[in-house]
Design a protein around this ligand. Structure first.
Ligand code: ARG
Length: 479
């Protein structure tokens, strides 16, 4: 068999085989189309490994620098793109083949004590740390946009909903902030996933560890990881951090689709609470009047992919025997897709939110004084009536208004008085939106003061430093 055949191992593993790879096996075996994105990380890892081998006395200082310079030239070649039509099995075999083209036989020394099992785990973790930093930056932009919208909504009082029925009044900011906190928690989850990725597997070999005295601490330091894997068998099979990353992505999907759903409802003619900018809307090819808030639907749709990637990752990992298994080749696609989806959806959402204008006239039209029924019940409570009794009394008044076909505010004072003498006075003042929201002044409430505290705290969280030490190089893109 031709030892240099890129399909059948390209000199990586062909030695024990008499025949080349079956044609039908090739596309199943090849992961280059997916893992090509790891080219930069593969070269960085290899460069660090060359230095480690030199430190361990496995390669001479001359050979070590030849390998590193060769890898540098491979990097230059690949930075202008991976040539189309290359038939290498994966990015690791491609880089090694190119290195051999650059430096000749000494390239064969680079893989000493290393396996593609610890190599791919290392490459992907490096990529994952950087991807997490990029996702976090995009999340920050959405949070920033939401905070801007919250600031624009302090004076506007919306009906707040439960069961999609009007419940109690809230400041528009309160609604916006209710979407902001989940994203701030997502940001912590993405940071945790990055921390999870920051454990170096290199030096684990195929499963049993490395028999040469390489300095794993130095490798860790050079590659910007914060810890070393504790067990080589675990290290080559541990994909927990990927599961955590795609879970964080899936939950972001939940949060984005909830924002999307609210935006769709609130921008509809029936609600008409807000308007999303033209730049984030589309028209209809048939109905000339249509103006669809597609951004919200597209983002809600993208959540399906994010959820799929989580399910796929967990399913992939379930039931594998100990150690590296080739199934794991699939892991990258799910992670890449989650990151790509987030990197596409988050900026669109940030822009769409920044483009939102509230429509106070629409809000005004929708607000029903019934939303103040709880405040009315509280009037009686303040006079010593047990809340359950008071609830009953006000409930009957709401029914009365409904029977008469009038709004709660339009019932004559005598009707209120008849319901309970304590309602004789002070009822009219209760029908005041501002008063209702201002009454909810505890931390976490919807009074102006409570909202301002939320805004301040959210801004403080947003400003907390990212864990930059985990992202030493090349954080801007992976192509
Ligand atoms: N392409 C492989 C992957 O993504 C690299 C590791 C291959 N290891 C092996 N023992 N065949 O998982």
């Amino acid at each position: 068999m031709d030892e240099t055949d890129p399909v059948s191992g390209g000199g990586l593993w062909g030695g024990r085989f008499k025949e080349g790879m079956a044609e039908a096996m090739e596309p199943l075996n090849r992961s280059l189309d997916v893992d090509r994105r790891l080219w930069r990380e593969d070269i960085e890892g290899s460069r660090a490994w060359a230095r480690a081998l030199e430190g361990a006395g496995v390669v001479s200082p001359d050979e070590g620098s030849t390998l590193r310079e060769g890898l540098h030239r491979v990097e230059e070649r690949l930075s202008s793109g991976i040539p189309t039509g290359v038939r290498d099995e994966d990015i690791h075999s491609l880089v090694e083949r190119l290195l051999r083209e650059e430096v000749g036989e000494v390239a064969g020394k680079l893989h000493t004590g290393r396996s593609r099992n610890d190599q791919v785990a290392t490459d992907l973790r490096l990529w994952g740390m950087r991807a997490a930093t990029r996702v976090e930056a995009r999340l920050d932009e959405v949070v920033e946009s939401l905070l801007g919208l919250a600031e624009r909504g302090v004076d506007l009082i919306l009906p707040g909903y439960t069961h999609l029925q009007q419940g109690q009044p809230v400041r528009a900011s309160h609604w916006v902030l209710s979407h902001t906190w989940p994203l701030l928690r997502d940001r912590d989850r993405i940071r945790n996933a990055r921390d999870g990725a920051g454990i170096l597997p290199l030096g684990s070999g195929a499963l049993a560890g490395c028999p040469f005295p390489v300095d794993r601490e130095a490798l860790r330091d050079e590659l910007g990881f914060h810890g070393l894997s504790e067990n080589s068998m675990d290290a080559v099979s541990d994909r927990d951090w990927i599961a955590e990353f795609v879970f964080a992505g899936a939950l972001i999907g939940v949060h984005l689709s909830r924002i999307g759903e609210d935006l769709l409802l609130f921008s509809s003619r029936e609600f008409a609470f807000l308007r999303i900018g033209d730049g984030y809307s589309t028209g209809s090819s048939l109905m000339p009047q249509k103006r669809n808030p597609d951004v919200a639907e597209l983002i809600r749709g993208k959540a399906a992919r994010l959820h799929g990637n989580l399910t796929a990752t967990l399913t992939l990992l379930k039931g594998l025997p100990t150690g590296y298994n080739r199934d794991l080749q699939e892991d990258k696609g799910f992670l890449f897709d989650t990151v790509d989806t987030l990197m596409m959806a988050l900026p669109a959402l940030a822009g769409a939110i920044a483009s939102i204008e509230f429509r106070p006239e629409g809000v005004e039209r929708a607000r029903d004084p019934e939303l103040l029924a709880t405040d009315l019940a509280d009037v009686l409570v303040r006079k010593g009536v047990p809340f359950r009794t008071s609830h009953e009394i006000i409930g009957a008044l709401v029914r009365e208004a409904e029977d008469r076909g009038v709004r709660l505010t339009e019932l004559p004072v005598e009707v209120f008085e008849a319901a309970h003498p304590a309602l004789a006075e002070g009822v009219r003042e209760v029908f005041d939106w501002e008063r209702s929201v201002e009454a909810r002044d505890l931390p976490g409430g919807t009074s102006r003061r409570a909202i301002e505290a939320q805004l301040l705290e959210a801004r403080r969280r947003l400003a907390t430093e990212t864990t930059k030490h985990l992202d030493p190089i090349g954080s801007s893109s992976d192509e």
